[in-house]
Design a protein around this ligand. Structure first.
Ligand SMILES: [Zn+2]
Length: 310
Protein backbone atom coordinates (compact mmCIF):
# COMPACT_ATOMS: atom_id res chain seq x y z
CA UNK A 1 0.00 0.00 0.00
CA UNK A 2 1.20 3.52 -0.79
CA UNK A 3 2.02 5.50 2.33
CA UNK A 4 0.29 8.81 2.15
CA UNK A 5 1.06 11.56 4.67
CA UNK A 6 -0.99 14.73 4.98
CA UNK A 7 0.49 17.87 6.52
CA UNK A 8 -1.54 20.94 7.38
CA UNK A 9 0.38 24.22 7.63
CA UNK A 10 3.34 25.48 5.62
CA UNK A 11 4.65 28.11 8.04
CA UNK A 12 8.04 27.87 9.79
CA UNK A 13 7.42 24.36 11.08
CA UNK A 14 5.84 22.96 7.91
CA UNK A 15 8.45 24.43 5.59
CA UNK A 16 11.20 22.68 7.54
CA UNK A 17 9.41 19.38 8.06
CA UNK A 18 7.74 18.81 4.68
CA UNK A 19 10.95 18.48 2.58
CA UNK A 20 12.21 15.87 5.08
CA UNK A 21 8.94 13.94 4.91
CA UNK A 22 9.07 13.95 1.11
CA UNK A 23 12.07 11.61 1.37
CA UNK A 24 10.27 8.93 3.36
CA UNK A 25 6.81 8.55 1.85
CA UNK A 26 5.25 7.77 -1.53
CA UNK A 27 2.61 10.46 -1.45
CA UNK A 28 2.51 13.74 0.38
CA UNK A 29 -0.40 16.10 0.62
CA UNK A 30 0.28 19.62 1.86
CA UNK A 31 -2.49 22.01 2.77
CA UNK A 32 -2.11 25.71 3.53
CA UNK A 33 -4.36 28.71 2.92
CA UNK A 34 -1.64 31.34 3.09
CA UNK A 35 0.63 33.31 0.78
CA UNK A 36 4.26 34.18 1.48
CA UNK A 37 4.44 37.57 3.19
CA UNK A 38 7.32 39.75 4.33
CA UNK A 39 7.21 38.20 7.81
CA UNK A 40 7.89 34.69 6.39
CA UNK A 41 11.35 35.36 4.94
CA UNK A 42 13.38 34.20 7.92
CA UNK A 43 13.63 30.43 7.70
CA UNK A 44 12.64 28.88 4.36
CA UNK A 45 10.96 31.32 1.99
CA UNK A 46 12.94 33.71 -0.22
CA UNK A 47 12.15 37.17 -1.56
CA UNK A 48 11.25 35.72 -4.97
CA UNK A 49 8.45 33.70 -3.27
CA UNK A 50 6.62 36.80 -1.99
CA UNK A 51 2.93 36.69 -2.86
CA UNK A 52 2.95 33.02 -3.94
CA UNK A 53 0.93 30.36 -2.09
CA UNK A 54 3.18 28.70 0.49
CA UNK A 55 2.06 25.16 -0.40
CA UNK A 56 2.96 25.69 -4.08
CA UNK A 57 6.39 27.16 -3.22
CA UNK A 58 7.27 24.12 -1.06
CA UNK A 59 5.99 21.69 -3.70
CA UNK A 60 8.14 23.31 -6.44
CA UNK A 61 11.16 23.33 -4.13
CA UNK A 62 10.87 19.60 -3.42
CA UNK A 63 10.17 18.63 -7.03
CA UNK A 64 13.47 20.15 -8.15
CA UNK A 65 15.45 17.44 -6.37
CA UNK A 66 13.03 14.66 -5.50
CA UNK A 67 11.20 12.91 -8.34
CA UNK A 68 10.11 9.84 -6.41
CA UNK A 69 7.42 11.42 -4.26
CA UNK A 70 4.00 12.44 -5.48
CA UNK A 71 3.08 15.80 -3.96
CA UNK A 72 -0.31 17.41 -3.94
CA UNK A 73 -0.42 21.04 -2.81
CA UNK A 74 -3.79 22.38 -1.74
CA UNK A 75 -4.19 26.13 -1.29
CA UNK A 76 -7.30 26.32 0.84
CA UNK A 77 -8.64 26.81 4.31
CA UNK A 78 -9.15 23.39 5.91
CA UNK A 79 -12.62 23.26 7.43
CA UNK A 80 -15.42 20.87 8.37
CA UNK A 81 -16.86 20.93 4.85
CA UNK A 82 -13.71 19.95 2.95
CA UNK A 83 -11.66 17.93 5.44
CA UNK A 84 -13.00 14.54 4.32
CA UNK A 85 -12.27 15.12 0.66
CA UNK A 86 -8.78 16.48 1.38
CA UNK A 87 -7.60 13.98 3.98
CA UNK A 88 -9.27 10.72 2.97
CA UNK A 89 -6.80 7.91 2.41
CA UNK A 90 -4.06 9.41 4.61
CA UNK A 91 -2.14 7.02 6.84
CA UNK A 92 -0.72 9.81 8.99
CA UNK A 93 -1.84 13.37 9.80
CA UNK A 94 0.64 16.02 10.83
CA UNK A 95 -0.20 19.40 12.34
CA UNK A 96 2.11 22.30 11.51
CA UNK A 97 -0.47 25.04 11.94
CA UNK A 98 -0.51 27.67 14.66
CA UNK A 99 -4.24 27.46 14.96
CA UNK A 100 -6.08 25.64 17.75
CA UNK A 101 -9.33 25.34 15.83
CA UNK A 102 -7.64 23.46 12.97
CA UNK A 103 -5.93 21.19 15.49
CA UNK A 104 -9.26 20.24 17.10
CA UNK A 105 -10.69 19.64 13.64
CA UNK A 106 -7.74 17.41 12.69
CA UNK A 107 -8.13 15.60 16.00
CA UNK A 108 -11.81 14.86 15.38
CA UNK A 109 -10.95 13.50 11.93
CA UNK A 110 -8.06 11.46 13.30
CA UNK A 111 -10.07 9.87 16.13
CA UNK A 112 -13.13 9.17 13.99
CA UNK A 113 -11.12 7.61 11.16
CA UNK A 114 -8.48 5.94 13.34
CA UNK A 115 -5.52 7.71 11.76
CA UNK A 116 -2.43 8.52 13.86
CA UNK A 117 -1.90 12.24 14.39
CA UNK A 118 1.22 14.24 15.26
CA UNK A 119 0.69 17.64 16.83
CA UNK A 120 3.47 20.26 16.80
CA UNK A 121 3.79 23.81 17.97
CA UNK A 122 6.71 26.20 18.45
CA UNK A 123 6.68 29.72 19.78
CA UNK A 124 9.45 31.99 21.00
CA UNK A 125 12.15 29.68 22.44
CA UNK A 126 9.92 26.74 23.23
CA UNK A 127 8.09 23.95 21.53
CA UNK A 128 5.85 20.93 21.99
CA UNK A 129 4.86 17.90 20.03
CA UNK A 130 2.64 14.94 20.78
CA UNK A 131 1.97 11.66 19.04
CA UNK A 132 -1.60 10.42 19.16
CA UNK A 133 -2.39 6.78 18.40
CA UNK A 134 -4.85 5.55 15.77
CA UNK A 135 -7.35 4.50 18.44
CA UNK A 136 -7.34 8.12 19.67
CA UNK A 137 -6.78 7.22 23.32
CA UNK A 138 -5.56 9.69 24.41
CA UNK A 139 -6.26 12.41 21.86
CA UNK A 140 -5.35 16.07 21.37
CA UNK A 141 -8.52 17.12 23.18
CA UNK A 142 -7.49 15.11 26.24
CA UNK A 143 -4.28 17.19 26.27
CA UNK A 144 -6.04 20.52 25.68
CA UNK A 145 -9.62 19.99 26.95
CA UNK A 146 -10.62 23.64 27.01
CA UNK A 147 -11.23 25.25 23.66
CA UNK A 148 -9.85 28.77 23.78
CA UNK A 149 -11.58 32.00 23.00
CA UNK A 150 -10.16 34.23 20.25
CA UNK A 151 -7.38 36.49 21.51
CA UNK A 152 -6.46 34.25 24.46
CA UNK A 153 -3.61 32.45 22.72
CA UNK A 154 -0.18 33.93 22.15
CA UNK A 155 0.87 33.70 18.53
CA UNK A 156 4.14 33.65 16.59
CA UNK A 157 2.98 36.97 15.16
CA UNK A 158 3.29 38.60 18.60
CA UNK A 159 6.05 36.58 20.26
CA UNK A 160 8.01 35.38 17.24
CA UNK A 161 9.66 31.99 17.02
CA UNK A 162 13.34 31.05 17.14
CA UNK A 163 14.80 28.84 14.38
CA UNK A 164 16.09 26.50 17.12
CA UNK A 165 12.60 25.94 18.52
CA UNK A 166 11.25 25.24 15.03
CA UNK A 167 14.09 22.85 14.21
CA UNK A 168 13.74 20.87 17.42
CA UNK A 169 9.97 20.50 17.09
CA UNK A 170 10.20 19.51 13.41
CA UNK A 171 12.90 16.95 14.23
CA UNK A 172 10.75 15.26 16.85
CA UNK A 173 7.75 15.22 14.51
CA UNK A 174 9.90 13.76 11.75
CA UNK A 175 11.28 10.99 13.99
CA UNK A 176 7.76 10.08 15.03
CA UNK A 177 6.60 10.02 11.40
CA UNK A 178 9.45 7.64 10.49
CA UNK A 179 8.45 5.33 13.33
CA UNK A 180 4.80 5.32 12.25
CA UNK A 181 5.70 4.47 8.65
CA UNK A 182 8.11 1.75 9.73
CA UNK A 183 5.77 0.44 12.47
CA UNK A 184 8.53 0.96 15.04
CA UNK A 185 6.78 1.98 18.27
CA UNK A 186 6.23 5.74 18.06
CA UNK A 187 5.75 7.63 21.36
CA UNK A 188 1.98 7.08 21.29
CA UNK A 189 0.19 9.07 23.98
CA UNK A 190 3.31 11.05 24.93
CA UNK A 191 4.04 14.77 24.97
CA UNK A 192 7.51 16.05 24.14
CA UNK A 193 8.26 19.57 25.42
CA UNK A 194 11.33 21.76 25.62
CA UNK A 195 12.68 25.25 26.22
CA UNK A 196 15.75 26.21 24.20
CA UNK A 197 16.83 29.04 26.53
CA UNK A 198 17.19 26.96 29.69
CA UNK A 199 17.73 23.62 27.92
CA UNK A 200 14.79 22.06 29.77
CA UNK A 201 13.06 19.24 27.95
CA UNK A 202 11.16 16.09 28.71
CA UNK A 203 8.58 13.55 27.66
CA UNK A 204 5.35 13.17 29.61
CA UNK A 205 2.56 10.65 29.41
CA UNK A 206 -0.80 12.09 28.36
CA UNK A 207 -3.74 10.68 30.32
CA UNK A 208 -6.95 9.91 28.54
CA UNK A 209 -9.81 12.05 29.80
CA UNK A 210 -12.76 9.75 30.50
CA UNK A 211 -15.11 12.63 29.64
CA UNK A 212 -13.31 13.68 26.44
CA UNK A 213 -16.00 14.57 23.85
CA UNK A 214 -13.86 13.21 20.99
CA UNK A 215 -12.17 9.97 22.11
CA UNK A 216 -14.46 8.95 25.00
CA UNK A 217 -17.89 10.09 23.82
CA UNK A 218 -17.29 10.12 20.06
CA UNK A 219 -18.97 13.49 19.65
CA UNK A 220 -17.12 15.24 16.86
CA UNK A 221 -18.35 18.80 17.17
CA UNK A 222 -15.50 20.29 15.11
CA UNK A 223 -16.17 17.90 12.24
CA UNK A 224 -19.84 18.87 12.47
CA UNK A 225 -18.77 22.53 11.98
CA UNK A 226 -20.31 23.63 15.29
CA UNK A 227 -17.28 25.62 16.43
CA UNK A 228 -16.47 27.34 13.17
CA UNK A 229 -16.34 31.12 12.88
CA UNK A 230 -18.94 32.60 10.62
CA UNK A 231 -17.15 34.22 7.68
CA UNK A 232 -19.17 35.92 4.95
CA UNK A 233 -18.30 38.29 2.16
CA UNK A 234 -20.10 41.62 2.38
CA UNK A 235 -21.54 42.79 -0.93
CA UNK A 236 -18.83 41.07 -2.97
CA UNK A 237 -16.39 43.94 -2.38
CA UNK A 238 -13.53 41.88 -1.02
CA UNK A 239 -14.68 42.83 2.48
CA UNK A 240 -15.24 39.92 4.86
CA UNK A 241 -17.00 39.77 8.18
CA UNK A 242 -15.94 37.21 10.75
CA UNK A 243 -18.08 36.48 13.78
CA UNK A 244 -16.33 34.18 16.27
CA UNK A 245 -17.97 30.87 17.15
CA UNK A 246 -17.68 31.71 20.86
CA UNK A 247 -18.44 35.06 22.42
CA UNK A 248 -15.44 36.89 23.84
CA UNK A 249 -14.31 40.24 25.18
CA UNK A 250 -11.00 41.31 23.70
CA UNK A 251 -8.40 43.54 25.27
CA UNK A 252 -8.06 45.99 22.41
CA UNK A 253 -5.32 48.00 24.15
CA UNK A 254 -3.19 44.85 24.30
CA UNK A 255 -3.79 44.12 20.62
CA UNK A 256 -2.85 47.69 19.71
CA UNK A 257 0.37 47.59 21.69
CA UNK A 258 1.35 44.12 20.39
CA UNK A 259 0.83 45.01 16.75
CA UNK A 260 1.58 48.74 16.89
CA UNK A 261 5.34 48.26 16.65
CA UNK A 262 5.02 46.33 13.37
CA UNK A 263 1.92 47.64 11.65
CA UNK A 264 -0.12 50.81 11.39
CA UNK A 265 -2.73 50.53 14.15
CA UNK A 266 -5.36 52.84 15.56
CA UNK A 267 -7.66 52.40 18.54
CA UNK A 268 -11.05 54.04 18.01
CA UNK A 269 -12.94 55.16 21.13
CA UNK A 270 -12.02 51.95 22.94
CA UNK A 271 -14.52 49.94 20.84
CA UNK A 272 -12.47 48.82 17.85
CA UNK A 273 -8.94 48.68 16.62
CA UNK A 274 -7.80 49.16 13.01
CA UNK A 275 -4.73 47.29 11.83
CA UNK A 276 -3.13 47.51 8.39
CA UNK A 277 -1.08 44.48 7.38
CA UNK A 278 0.41 45.27 3.99
CA UNK A 279 -2.59 46.17 1.83
CA UNK A 280 -5.12 44.42 4.06
CA UNK A 281 -7.22 46.53 6.38
CA UNK A 282 -8.58 44.82 9.48
CA UNK A 283 -11.04 46.24 11.99
CA UNK A 284 -11.56 44.25 15.15
CA UNK A 285 -14.35 44.95 17.61
CA UNK A 286 -14.34 44.26 21.34
CA UNK A 287 -16.63 41.21 20.95
CA UNK A 288 -14.28 39.52 18.46
CA UNK A 289 -16.21 40.49 15.34
CA UNK A 290 -13.92 41.62 12.54
CA UNK A 291 -14.16 43.30 9.16
CA UNK A 292 -11.28 42.35 6.91
CA UNK A 293 -10.35 43.42 3.38
CA UNK A 294 -8.91 40.39 1.62
CA UNK A 295 -8.91 38.69 -1.79
CA UNK A 296 -10.40 35.41 -0.57
CA UNK A 297 -12.24 33.92 2.39
CA UNK A 298 -9.14 31.85 3.22
CA UNK A 299 -6.97 34.98 3.32
CA UNK A 300 -9.48 36.75 5.58
CA UNK A 301 -9.51 33.78 7.99
CA UNK A 302 -5.73 33.62 7.92
CA UNK A 303 -5.40 37.32 8.85
CA UNK A 304 -7.93 36.86 11.68
CA UNK A 305 -5.93 33.92 12.97
CA UNK A 306 -2.65 35.87 12.80
CA UNK A 307 -4.07 38.49 15.12
CA UNK A 308 -6.24 36.45 17.46
CA UNK A 309 -4.60 33.01 17.20
CA UNK A 310 -7.84 31.23 16.34
ZN1 LIG B 1 -9.60 12.60 23.99
Amino acid sequence: MKQKISVVGCGSLGSLLIPKLAKICAELKIIDRDFVGGNNLRIFYKKKDLGKPKAIVIKSHIEKTNKSVEIKAIVDDLNSKNICSYLNGSCLLIDCTDNMHTRYLLNDFSVKNRIPFIYGGAISFEGMSAMFPPNGKPCFRCLFPKTLKPGSLETCETRGVSPDAVEKTACYQFNQAVKVLESKKPDFGKLFYFKCDNKKSGIAKIRQNGKCPACAKHIYSFLAGKNEHDCIELCGRGQWQIIPARSCILNLNRIKSEFGSKYKTKLISGVLVHIEIQKNKISIFKNGRALISAGTKAEAKSLYSRILGD
